[in-house]
Ligand binder design. Structure first.
Ligand code: ADP
Ligand code: NI
Length: 210
């Protein structure tokens, strides 16, 4: 018997949950669940096919290159899982196209995105902002031995170190202007404002004020 849409989504999410079980916080199922929730919220504001949006949100990092020897395998794994649960071919193709084209890394060479793709891309990018974005940056630094902050008073001839706060400026504060949907832009603005307030307070405390 064919599964109804809700059952189908639940089945895909439990497959993804078990496959990502050994991936750390920030890159594990917690990220997927947040992107899924945000994508549903954005869809309620701007529309788009909810089944495609939910499936693409749930599957978008299933074969993240960081965990597959540098080879991005999300599209391949998505097609495999969707076939396994009996999703129709048109939906599989649409979800696979989204999963294959939303990453920040691929933005120069990506194919254009449908409304559904734009929603999922905004939801994924929003998860790098706000309180969650701050925590994920700190977790990344802890995993890759990068400090969150380095004093500005470094010695001459010392190459400034890459830092988490540096990453805010190099990438994260650019995301707001890259949002596709009005709802995404609005959420990105409030999350970015929160991060800027956090940095201000952080720097005040480092300077012995605040
Ligand atoms: P995703 O694959 O979910 O779109 P990324 O893998 O690019 O996102 O990044 C995941 C998280 O790791 C981001 O929220 C970001 O804050 C953090 N991160 C990625 N690269 C760096 C970096 N060079 N320095 C600090 N944090 C980083
Ligand atoms: Ni992601």
């Amino acid at each position: 018997m064919a599964l109804n849409q809700r059952e189908l989504i639940q089945q895909v999410s439990s497959i993804v949950r078990s496959r990502l079980a050994d991936q750390g916080a920030g890159h594990g199922y917690d990220h997927i669940e947040r992107v899924w929730n945000t994508a549903r919220k954005l869809q309620s504001m701007c529309g788009g096919d909810l089944l495609v949006i939910e499936l693409a949100a749930i599957l978008h990092d299933i074969g993240d290159a960081k965990f597959h020897d540098g080879k991005e395998r999300s599209k391949e794994f998505s097609v495999e899982i969707l076939n396994q649960v009996g999703v129709d071919a048109v939906t599989i193709e649409h979800v696979a196209q989204i999963v294959d084209n939303i990453s920040f890394r691929k933005r120069e060479s990506a194919e254009s995105l449908s409304l559904e793709g734009q929603v999922v891309q905004d939801a994924d990018r929003l998860d790098a902002l706000g309180a969650v974005g701050i925590v994920r940056t700190i977790e990344f630094g802890a995993a890759f031995d990068q400090p969150f902050y380095a004093p500005t008073s470094v010695l001459p001839n010392v190459v400034p170190q890459k830092t988490g706060i540096g990453h805010f400026h190099e990438k994260l504060f650019k995301l707001r202007d890259l949002m596709n949907t009005d709802g995404g832009r609005e959420m990105a603005k409030s999350r970015e404002d929160f991060m800027r307030a956090f940095i201000n307070q952080f720097e005040l405390e480092c300077a012995g004020q605040g």
